[in-house]
Each structure stands twice: as structure tokens, then as C-alpha cells.
Ligand binder design. Structure first.
Ligand code: NAD
Length: 370
């Protein structure tokens, strides 16, 4: 499909191709929608086999960010960047500073952060060239690791699922299968354990499990066995696309609620099978929005207590999604898209009203202009 046609089909505003031979930078920045505010989304560094595949990915990911911010109630739009290259061998200062220059050139329409293949230290190079970057280390006044806030959002979202399914949001005595024992899972397990849940955990790296077991008690499960555990809740916190043709027949759980991105391999097909199987699904981008909430808080001067409080709101958002899903008889992931689109339409119409005090992007724009 032609690039402009792809942009029109999915509603993208702007795509910027960045090239710099001296630093080896080949990057694409996609701004999907700035109705709610500046487009915020991380920079992914990946060894894409072609520029076309990189473009597809950045268009898809930036659109996802619009929905995520909209549902989370943030005044942010959706954007994302991809740097084409091997993150293990091709990272260097000039690459990220060059990228920072391109971000700066967008004048705040796009705010970047770390993502797969990039980390806080890369963002510190980006920050040397632009202030439009977030997710900086705590040492430099940033928000640091977003995982505690993400995990808390997943935890409260899971409780909202329990309330919907069992009439009580208590997780005491519930059997919960946790896939992955990384950063999000580690903090999530602490919440689950202190509430008295029975945890079943897996990871492909033994040391990760050992670290989790330092603070919580859990049954350790082999990676391939986690889907079929006789658990009340399955919580994916490792990989995407884990709800698929192979795993669906194995699930015995009543709820799927976890922090991993893009859990449904095929949204329409696998989302519908979940409904048919009677499994309540907490849409991934809703329940894992704590990470975005965390970096969004950094823009206004980071305070973890405020970020946590905002992440607590995920409980009510998940409840609202279940209401829409029941009222309209649609799968929960479709209901969350509707909620996002509704907010975009409503707030978009407010922005049309002229005020002499409005800045293009409202308060976030003002703060970052300083
Ligand atoms: P992480 O890298 O710390 O943890 C992921 C863990 O999954 C690792 O320990 C890894 O060994 C394990 N893993 C990989 N393949 C596995 C397999 N086949 N079976 C079992 N375990 C496997 O990452 P994280 O920061 O904890 O993020 C977890 C997920 O949540 C990712 O999908 C990420 O995109 C998503 N997410 C994270 C945040 C955040 O704040 N960190 C925010 C939003 C979404």
C-alpha cells in the first residue's frame, strides 16, 4: 500500500523519515494523532529487514499509543519512532544525538522515550539535543523505571476483573498464573502475594524467578506449562501474541489480565474466541497504561505517589470498559477502542472552541516550551 494511503487509512497526521550517513541513523517518526496533546511514544531500535517493515511497525505502534493515552485519560497524543539497526552492536552517542536533533525539529509535536532496544542511557544522549524526551533516569530528575507503576495498574485492573467476574475484587486465595518474572511481574507478584493470592510463576531465565522468590512465595512452573495451569487468572507479563490458536485450547482460567503488550495474536479472531470461551479479558493497553502514566507524569515534574494515584484509576476504567462491552454486546478490546474514540471525539470538539489563552497543545505544550 502507498505510504500516504496507509496514513489516510489509519488516520496518521505525519510521518518523518530521518537519515544521516555520518552517524548511520535511519529512523522513522510517526505522529498518529495530536487531538489530546503532543504525541508521546518510545523509540524502538530493531534490525528491520526492510524500511517497509519498519514503516508498518511504526504506523501500527503510534496508533496504539493514541488509544492508550486516550483511554488512560492523559492529555497526550500517539506517536512512536523506530531506529533501523542492531541495538546490540550499532548504538553510539552520535546516533542518538542525531536522532535527538530530528525529534527537536518537530518542535514538541512528538515526545520520545525508551522502548524495546533503547534504554535510559540512550535517552540521555537524546536529551543533549532536545528537551522533548521523557523516561530519563531518577539521577537526572526523571521518573526512572516505570515498572512499579505499570505493575500497580495491572494489579488494580486485575481486581476490577475479579469484581466483574466474582462480585468481589478480593484476590485472596485466587490461583494466579504469572508468565514472565521480569520487572513488571516482580512488582505485580508482591501485590498479589500481600493480598493472599496463590502464585504460579514461570520464566525462561532461572535467575529472574529466583529474584521474585526473594520476596514472595510461588509455585515455579515450566514455561510451556503455564497456559494450562488450573488457575483462576492468567497474567501474561512476558511476550506479545500469547493469546493464539495454540494457547487458547489450553486455558482453564476465567480471567486474562497482564502487562504484556499486544497479547491477542489476531485481535478479531482471538478476541472473539475468548468471549466464546467465557474468559474475561482486560485489554492489554488499558491495564498496562501505568508505564505511560509514569512518563507522562515526568513532564510535569515527577512524583511517584501522583503517578501511582493516577494508575489506580485503571480500576474504574476497566469497569467502564466492561459496562460498554455488556451494553453493546462487544468484546472488551473493542469496547476499549470505543472508549478511546469517544474521548478523542469529545475533547477534539472542545479544542475547536477558540480561546486566546489556548496553546496548541495545552498545558503540556506550555511546560515543555519553558
Ligand atoms: P522484562 O524484560 O523485565 O521481563 C520480561 C520477562 O519475560 C523476562 O524475565 C524474560 O526472561 C521473560 N520471558 C521471555 N520469554 C518468555 C517465555 N517464553 N516464557 C516465560 N517468560 C519469558 O520486561 P518488563 O518490563 O517486565 O515487561 C513485561 C511486558 O510488559 C513486556 O511485554 C512489555 O512490553 C510490557 N510492558 C512493560 C511496561 C513497563 O513499565 N516495564 C509497561 C507497559 C508494558
Amino acid at each position: 500500500m502507498e505510504q500516504l494511503e496507509m496514513m489516510e487509512k489509519y488516520g496518521h497526521e505525519q510521518v518523518v523519515f530521518c537519515s544521516n550517513v555520518e552517524s548511520g541513523l535511519r529512523a522513522i517518526i510517526a505522529i498518529h494523532d495530536t487531538t489530546l496533546g503532543p504525541a508521546l511514544g518510545g523509540t524502538r531500535m530493531w534490525n528491520y529487514q526492510s524500511a517497509g517493515l519498519a514503516l508498518n511497525d511504526v504506523l501500527r505502534l503510534s496508533r496504539g499509543m493514541t488509544y492508550k493515552a486516550a483511554v488512560a485519560g492523559l492529555n497526550l497524543g500517539g506517536g512512536k519512532a523506530v531506529i533501523i539497526g542492531d541495538s546490540a552492536t550499532q548504538k553510539n552517542e552520535s546516533l542518538f544525538r542525531t536522532f535527538g536533533k530530528f525529534v527537536d525539529g518537530l518542535g514538541g509535536r512528538y515526545i520520545t522515550a525508551e522502548d524495546v532496544g533503547t534504554d535510559v542511557s540512550d535517552m540521555e544522549f537524546v536529551r543533549m539535543e532536545t528537551k522533548y524526551v521523557t523516561g530519563i533516569s531518577k539521577a537526572l530528575g526523571g521518573s526512572g523505571d516505570p515498572s512499579p507503576v505499570t505493575a500497580y495498574g495491572v494489579y488494580v485492573g486485575m481486581k476490577a476483573c475479579a469484581k466483574e467476574r466474582w462480585g468481589s475484587d478480593s484476590l485472596r486465595g485466587k490461583k494466579i498464573a504469572v508468565q514472565g518474572a521480569g520487572q513488571v511481574a516482580r512488582y505485580l507478584c508482591e501485590h498479589l502475594y500481600s493480598e493472599g493470592a496463590e502464585i504460579f510463576i514461570t520464566d525462561i531465565v532461572d535467575d529472574k524467578i529466583k529474584r521474585v522468590l526473594e520476596t514472595v512465595k510461588a509455585h515455579v512452573i515450566k514455561p510451556e506449562e503455564i497456559y494450562g495451569i488450573d488457575a483462576d487468572i492468567f497474567s501474561p507479563n512476558a511476550l506479545g501474541a500469547i493469546i493464539n490458536d495454540k494457547t487458547l485450547p489450553k486455558f482453564k482460567c476465567e480471567i486474562i489480565a497482564g502487562g504484556a503488550n499486544n497479547q491477542l495474536e489476531d485481535e478479531d479472531k482471538h478476541g472473539k474466541i475468548l468471549v466464546d470461551k467465557g474468559i474475561l479479558y482486560a485489554p492489554d493497553y488499558v491495564i498496562n497504561a501505568g508505564g505511560l502514566i509514569n512518563v507522562a507524569n515526568e513532564i510535569e515534574g515527577y512524583r511517584q505517589d501522583r503517578a501511582m494515584k493516577q494508575a489506580e484509576g485503571i480500576y474504574e476504567i476497566v469497569k467502564k470498559i466492561f459496562e460498554i462491552s455488556k451494553e453493546q454486546n462487544i468484546p472488551t478490546h473493542v469496547a476499549s477502542n470505543k472508549l478511546a474514540e469517544e474521548r478523542l471525539a469529545k475533547i477534539g470538539s472542545i479544542r475547536k472552541i477558540y480561546s486566546a489563552h489556548s496553546t496548541t497543545y495545552g498545558r503540556i505544550g506550555e511546560i515543555m516550551q519553558k
